[in-house]
Design a protein around this ligand. Sequence first.
Ligand SMILES: NC(=O)c1ccc[n+]([C@@H]2O[C@H](COP(=O)([O-])OP(=O)(O)OC[C@H]3O[C@@H](n4cnc5c(N)ncnc54)[C@H](OP(=O)(O)O)[C@@H]3O)[C@@H](O)[C@H]2O)c1
Length: 248
Amino acid sequence: MSNKIRGKIVVITGASSGLGEAAARLLSAQGATVVLGARRSDRLQSLADELSGSGGKALAVATDVTHRNQVKRLVDTAAQKFGRVDVMINNAGIMPRAPLERLTIDDWDRTIDVNIKGVLYGIAAALPHMKQQKSGHMIFVSSVAGHKIGPDFAVYAATKHAVRALAEGFRQEVKPHNIRTTIISPGAVATELPDSVTEPDIAEKIRTYYDEIAIPAESFAQAVIFAMSQPEEVDVNEILFRPTKQML
Ligand SMILES: NC(=O)c1ccc[n+]([C@@H]2O[C@H](COP(=O)([O-])OP(=O)(O)OC[C@H]3O[C@@H](n4cnc5c(N)ncnc54)[C@H](OP(=O)(O)O)[C@@H]3O)[C@@H](O)[C@H]2O)c1
């Protein structure tokens, strides 16, 4: 089977840990050039150095996805340095879960800013390049919470439903431009995501749950590889996966 990953220019937001980092590692191992965005530039740079040291091509660009100019700079840098943007993985996200009645309004604002506006800024930054190239692949990271709603995570679920709505609208609109659209919706995957929970009792509950059932982040990276590896005319629109043990 030919390697459809080799030589692809892939921009990943939220690449300093968890799913984004795992995708960067596997994509780089399979020959993609990865352009990494996140706020923790030290971690981003050491990942880029490590991947470059193993023979890959990787570039770190400190990026806060709540600032549209920073997301534009991330994507424009990829295009300037490497000539094109084949894949944009809109992955950066936070999950400060809490019941609505606790009125954690600052968390609501941050969740919307990162999980929805950050994704919109990703579209704004990458779409012009993909239109001009007449090719591209936009990958959106939603969640099981983009399909299911439950107590403690109404706001997170709302943002992940919004990601799926944006992705489906995007998919329909970009038909003339030969752009593929994939939503990846993971269940519980072992990452630093529970650290974004600000309410201590809920954070503890989620950590215990993740310790029991979460699967490795490489599961996400494999889903990215699967979607990218299809023939050009095949558009994998959604991958929903969970730990085998996960009920919801
Ligand atoms: N793990 C799961 O169980 C799971 C399940 C379903 C969906 N997801 C989704 O997967 C995505 C990745 O999360 P993860 O599980 O890998 O958690 P993670 O390990 O906490 O990674 C989150 C990433 O997002 C970045 N990020 C957060 N705020 C940012 C901002 N303002 N600007 C730029 N980057 C920002 C973080 O980097 P910095 O802090 O360095 O900026 C980090 O690289 C999220 O969208 C999450 O909702 C995760």
